[in-house]
Structure formats: C-alpha cells, structure tokens
Design a protein around this ligand. Structure first.
Ligand code: NAD
Length: 259
C-alpha cells in the first residue's frame, strides 16, 4: 500500500528525462515528485519507446510529453521551448539517461573505440551540461538538478568498463555546474543508486551477481528501490536541503561504505 506523502513540492514543475518503462529510475523520481505535489513533464526516446512511456505519462498526469533523443539536433531545444510555453519556469530537472554501444561497453576499457567512448560521453554526460544550460534560465526561483551516477565512477566495478570514466566525468560535471549555478540558487546533485534491475542494467555482464553482492554488503540489509531514489531526490528538491549541493549522494542501503 502506498504511504501518504506530504505535498512538499506543491506548485513545483519537474522535467524528468529517462523513463523507458515503470522499472526506470526516472519513473521512481517522477512518481515521487508527483506524490509530493509537483507537476510533471516527461520525455520518450522515440516512437518505438513512446508506447511504454505513455501509460506512465497518463498515470502521473504529465502536463508535457515530448520526444527526446539527445543525440538528435534541436530536440532538446524543442523540449525546453515546450516547458517555457506551458509553464514559463522550471524547478526540478532529472537526467536519468545513459548509453554506450554494446561492443564498446562489453569489451573492457582497453578495447573501447574512440567513437564509442565519445558517444557514451556525449549521451551519458555532456547532454546533462546541455540540459543544465537550457534549464537554468527557467529556474527563476532557484531550483535543483539531478544526474544519475554509479559507484563505478570512483571504484573499479568489474564489467562496468567505459561507463566508469563516463560516470566519473558526470560526477565532476555536477560539481562544476553546482559551482557555476550556485549564485542563482540552483543546486546540482549526482545521485548514486545501488544496482537496480532496469533495462539499461541488462546490458552489463553478470549484473545479477552484482545485485546479490551489493545487497549482502549493504549495512541496511537490502538494496534501495526506484522509489527510494525518487524520494531522496524529492527531499533534495525541498528547501529542507537548501544548503546541499555539488556532492554525490548514495542511495544504496549504505553498500558504498563497506570495503
Ligand atoms: P532505463 O533503461 O530504465 O533508463 C535509461 C534511459 O536512457 C532510457 O529511458 C533511454 O531511453 C534513455 N536514453 C538512452 N539513450 C538516450 C538518448 N540518446 N536520448 C535520450 N534518452 C536516452 O535504465 P535506468 O537504470 O533507470 O538508467 C537511468 C540512469 O541511472 C542511467 O544514467 C544509469 O546509468 C543510472 N544508474 C543505473 C543503475 C542501475 O543499476 N540500474 C545504477 C546506478 C545508476
């Protein structure tokens, strides 16, 4: 049964990028924001993905529902134009997307091609910088931005390969964006969930072993789920967290503290 949630984000507008289906971390974020009273904008990757995301948009009463492939020219600008026209402002931005070509992801870092590395970096990291640039002028009352990272950014996780350096760059980008946007009252967070069974995760070799190992290591005895990630972001978007910015917040049952 769902617990009642205080409407602590009432009146806030949240753009959430990265829902593929109702297992996505982005879905947990959008649902938590919605339960806390925020209005929601969602995107879908392409026409094929749309039918899996549309039921989520309907469930959460999404006020904006637009296509977004960050590697397609002009689509990002079109999403922010839609936000500007419909809402005129924005309070919360979530970047919950990642991609690396399969052959570059699965072959170890030494075998990752320059093209594969650049593509992974562009979609999984630099697209957040582009989003932040478009979102900041709309965050006229301040705001918060979130990007999804992983423990493999700072420690070697077998099979994470090229995504390790990419997530390290994403976490560093969050710090630099937090520094540049802090004077406007905009806070930027890297969120580091423990392993979660999603579509993106299915591309990682031996991912099921990682799930078991992380759950055993977690001091809290279990992994976080997508709603735990969502509610952490919801809390960080409230004024209760108004002096928190730039860091990497782990939502993993504490697994990251254990050697
Ligand atoms: P997911 O498959 O549900 O979501 C990944 C999303 O990336 C999809 O919605 C997909 O459409 C989107 N995407 C890929 N290429 C894109 C592009 N060119 N333009 C726009 N969107 C694109 O999987 P998820 O696990 O919810 O992944 C979300 C984020 O969380 C990723 O950054 C991932 O690295 C991170 N993360 C996942 C885990 C995990 O164990 N699942 C752990 C830590 C961090």
């Amino acid at each position: 049964m769902e617990q009642p949630v205080s409407p602590v984000l009432s009146g806030m507008k949240a753009l959430v990028v990265g829902v593929a289906n109702d297992s996505s971390i982005a879905y947990g974020c959008a649902k938590a924001f919605h339960q806390a009273g925020a209005s929601i904008a969602l995107t879908y990757l392409n026409e094929k993905a749309k039918r899996h995301v549309a039921p989520v948009a309907e469930e959460l009463g999404a006020e904006i529902f637009a296509p977004l492939d960050v590697s397609e020219p002009d689509q990002l600008e079109a999403v922010f134009d839609a936000v500007r026209q419909r809402w005129g402002s924005l309070d919360i931005l979530v970047h919950s997307i990642a991609f690396a070509p399969k052959e570059d992801l699965q072959g170890g870092l030494l075998n990752c091609s320059a093209e594969g590395f650049a593509k992974a970096m562009d979609i999984s990291c630099h697209s957040f910088v582009r989003m932040a640039k478009l979102a900041a002028p709309l965050m006229t009352r301040g705001g918060s931005m979130f990007a999804m990272s992983y423990y493999g950014a700072t420690r070697v996780v077998p099979n994470y390969n090229v995504m390790g350096p990419v997530k390290a760059a994403l976490e560093a980008s969050c710090r630099y964006l937090a520094h540049e946007l802090g004077p406007q009252g905009i806070r930027v967070h890297a969120i580091s969930p423990g392993p979660l069974k999603t579509r993106a995760a299915s591309g990682l070799k031996d991912f099921d072993l990682l799930l078991v190992e992380a759950a055993e290591r977690a001091p809290l005895g279990a992994l976080a789920d997508i709603m735990d990630v969502g509610f952490t972001c919801a809390y960080l978007a409230t004024p209760f967290a108004r002096h928190v910015t730039g860091g990497t917040i782990y939502v993993d049952g504490g697994a990251n503290i254990v050697a």
